[in-house]
Write a protein that binds this ligand. Structure first.
Ligand code: COA
Ligand code: AMP
Length: 644
């Protein structure tokens, strides 16, 4: 532990007091926190246990999220303050939008959506790169009570098609392309392909033309974003904020489940705002007028919460960065952004820091950057390895705060509450449960385990405001996936332990979700793709250790007898197939042909054992294994690729 970052005991008392206050009376606590939001009809009641699946928050309140993110700051005199800084090293562009300018952009775009027939409760898919218009799109939907569903740009057409069919959007908002450091990714062909594949057809697609690649337009369906917005502005069209129930959905965000079919996580309007505002105060310690830089993507929950909604609801300034931690142009990119824009808090995934460290282990690129306003680094999205944490602490001289959450939670569950006073840091632990979260560690039978003992990390119901109330159009899957295993608890599918001081340690997933460069991916989904290849008889995908990305997927395939193609050719096709069907974000580069897969006598594939072999870890031979010799065969196949 770096002594300079360990808080003196008195500062932690605010955390203990706040957590105890929540525990003593959650309803009173949340009604108090809710005062940070401008409601149309303020909540009289915090929680209705009879509504929804496990209850609903602020059941009698009404509000508008866009009003809280923009209008109220303009009303309160922040109109001239910068709301959003767009910094795009990949296009050599920088731009700033004040709250007043952003409101104008959003209200005009919202009017365009209304003209296209989008109203309260209608879904709008947003398939956009990291440009300011992506944030405008989300806020424009929120303004008119429409439900946005942002799809990450690194997903391929088929993934987009699945989401189109599930969300059934009236309109899709997109751009002609994304810009990766080494290539321009044309979005429009992907979108056209997805719409062709999908059963549901949107009525219109609004396309933001970018100069790096102009999209060809279909006259009957596609509209030009800039022309529509310019016309709306010229006509003085500004959509008003629409009143929605606090429990109405703000967005659907699809995340990987255990099959190829993603889960549509639903987020409500009221609870989401309340909890985001609370975390800005208690955890991130970023206040009105201060600058937050969340280096993620609007396609992920981290981007929804902390690039767009939380900093704006707080009246802070957000940095929307279109670039990478390295290579755009060098590993000093983050330091430049932090210094140039006076960033107070930087939030990213540990993989970004592993990438920076790999290219600049001495931190030479820090030189010449004034980081005097920089106060804390926040890491989430995957386990933060203690080595990287220590390196970042020593380099930056500010607290490095690991915190744990999921798409489903919508906001951090466990963290070190900087805003309440930093608790002593234990490397490897995201620290303690935040107010609202009752975190437990259970054994397979659902009994609490002793401190320090590994178990399933679960959350006592009800979940706090901002957490998912259900899955889009699928209450049964919600109950089955999250609530069925441990009655009375939400199963996080993360394994870990809680130590004697109450510090939570998150060690890995208990299901077949893997985490590649902070991106959550389903190995089941990849297996579905591999199995679709005509030459594949059987397959298993596991996440194996990767020094940069944390994990990388490795697909073991057994080929059908008598296939004429060479093994190498099939493996190449499999790599290409996953890229085509799921997208480059899957980072699937490794298909390994084996003679057979290790299985139990009941036919269950021993994925965990294969992972241990690949990671070079000791493993116990499962007692129920069908044929122990298969394990050596797997080891040999991996050694042939320099793994294990
Ligand atoms: N649109 C299209 N393609 C995208 C994309 C997007 N928005 N984002 C990523 N991709 C592509 C990449 O170009 C890469 O393609 P390639 O196989 O042709 O090289 C592939 O998807 C894998 O992306 P990723 O795993 O992110 O690797 P990377 O090479 O882009 O970046 C690091 C590697 C090291 C910079 C990575 O650590 C990083 O910082 N990732 C982002 C972490 C993050 O934001 N996580 C979100 C949770 S907080
Ligand atoms: P996502 O839904 O994409 O945010 O991914 C959530 C998953 O990422 C969690 O269930 C964890 O497995 C993992 N994760 C996120 N943050 C952390 C963290 N700080 N430490 C360990 N694992 C994490």
């Amino acid at each position: 532990m770096n002594a300079s970052h360990a808080a003196p005991a008195p500062s932690s008392s605010a955390y203990r007091e706040t957590y105890a206050r929540w525990q003593a009376d959650p309803a009173a606590y949340w009604l108090e926190v809710a005062k940070g939001i401008d409601w149309i009809r303020p909540p009289q009641k915090a929680f209705d246990p009879a509504a929804g699946i496990y209850g609903r928050w602020f059941p009698d309140a009404t509000c508008n999220t866009c009003f809280n993110a923009l209008d109220r700051h303009v009303r309160d005199g922040r109109g001239g303050q910068t709301a959003l800084i767009y910094d795009s090293p990949v296009t050599a562009t920088k731009a700033r939008y004040t709250y007043a300018q952003m409101l104008e952009e959003v209200a005009a775009l919202a009017a365009v959506l209304q003209d296209l027939g989008v109203g309260k409760g209608d879904r709008v898919i947003v398939y956009m790169p990291m440009v300011p218009e992506a944030a405008f799109a989300m806020l424009a939907c929120a303004r008119i009570g429409a439900v946005h569903s942002v799809v990450f740009g690194g997903f391929a057409a088929k993934e987009l098609a699945t989401r189109i069919d599930d969300a059934t959007p009236k309109v899709i908002l997109t751009a002609s392309c994304g810009v990766e450091p080494t290539r321009v990714v044309e979005y429009k062909p992907l979108l056209d392909g997805a719409i062709e594949m999908a059963r549901h057809k949107p009525e219109a697609c609004v396309v933001l033309q970018r100069p790096q690649a102009e999209a060809s337009m279909q006259a009957s369906r596609d509209r030009n974003w800039r022309s529509l917005v310019a016309a709306a502005k010229a006509a003085g069209r500004q959509a008003e904020c629409v009143e929605v129930a606090a429990t109405d959905p703000l967005y659907i965000l699809y995340t990987s489940g255990t099959t190829g079919r993603p889960k549509g996580v639903v987020r409500d309007n009221g609870g989401h705002m309340v909890v985001l505002k609370e975390t800005m105060d208690q955890l991130y310690d970023v206040g009105p007028g201060e600058v937050m830089f969340t280096a993620s993507d609007v396609g992920w929950v981290v981007g929804h919460g902390y690039i767009v909604y939380a900093p704006l609801i707080q009246g802070a300034t957000t940095v929307l960065y279109e670039g990478k931690p390295v290579g755009t142009p060098d590993p000093g990119a983050f330091w430049r952004v932090v210094a140039e824009h006076g960033v107070k808090a930087l939030f990213t995934a540990p993989t970004a820091f592993r990438a920076i460290r790999k290219e600049d282990p001495q931190g030479k690129h820090l030189a010449g950057h004034d980081l005097s306003r920089f106060k804390a680094l926040f890491l989430a999205g995957e386990r933060a390895d203690p080595e990287t944490l220590k390196w970042a602490e020593d380099l930056l001289g500010v607290p490095v705060i690991d915190h744990w959450w999921q798409t489903e939670s919508g906001s951090p569950i466990v963290g070190n509450p900087l805003g309440l006073g930093l608790l002593p840091i234990k490397h490897g632990s995201p620290t303690v449960p935040l107010p609202g979260w009752d975190v437990r560690c259970l054994d397979e039978g659902g009994h609490p385990v002793a401190p320090g003992t590994m178990g399933a990390i679960v959350l006592k119901l009800p979940l706090p405001p901002g957490a998912l109330p259900t899955l889009w159009n699928d209450d049964a899957r919600f109950e089955d996936s999250y609530l069925a295993t441990y009655p009375g608890f939400y199963n996080t599918s993360d394994a870990g332990f809680i130590d004697a001081d109450g510090y939570v340690f998150i060690m890995g997933r208990t299901d077949d979700i893997i985490n590649v460069a902070g991106h959550r991916l389903s190995t089941g989904g990849m297996e579905e793709v591999l199995a679709a290849h005509a030459a594949v008889a059987e397959c298993a995908v596991v996440g194996i250790r990767d020094a940069l990305k944390g994990e990388q997927p490795c697909g073991f395939v057994v080929l059908k007898a008598g296939v004429s193609q060479s093994q190498e050719e099939i493996e190449r096709e499999l790599v290409a197939l996953v890229r085509e069907r799921i997208g480059p974000v899957a980072a699937f580069k490794l298909a390994v042909t084996v003679g057979r897969l290790p299985k139990t006598r009941s036919g269950k594939i021993l994925r965990a054992t294969m992972k241990k072999i690949a990671d070079g870890e000791d493993y116990a031979v499962p007692a129920t294994i069908e044929d122990v010799a298969v394990l050596a065969e797997i080891g040999t196949a991996l050694k042939g690729r320099g793994i294990g």
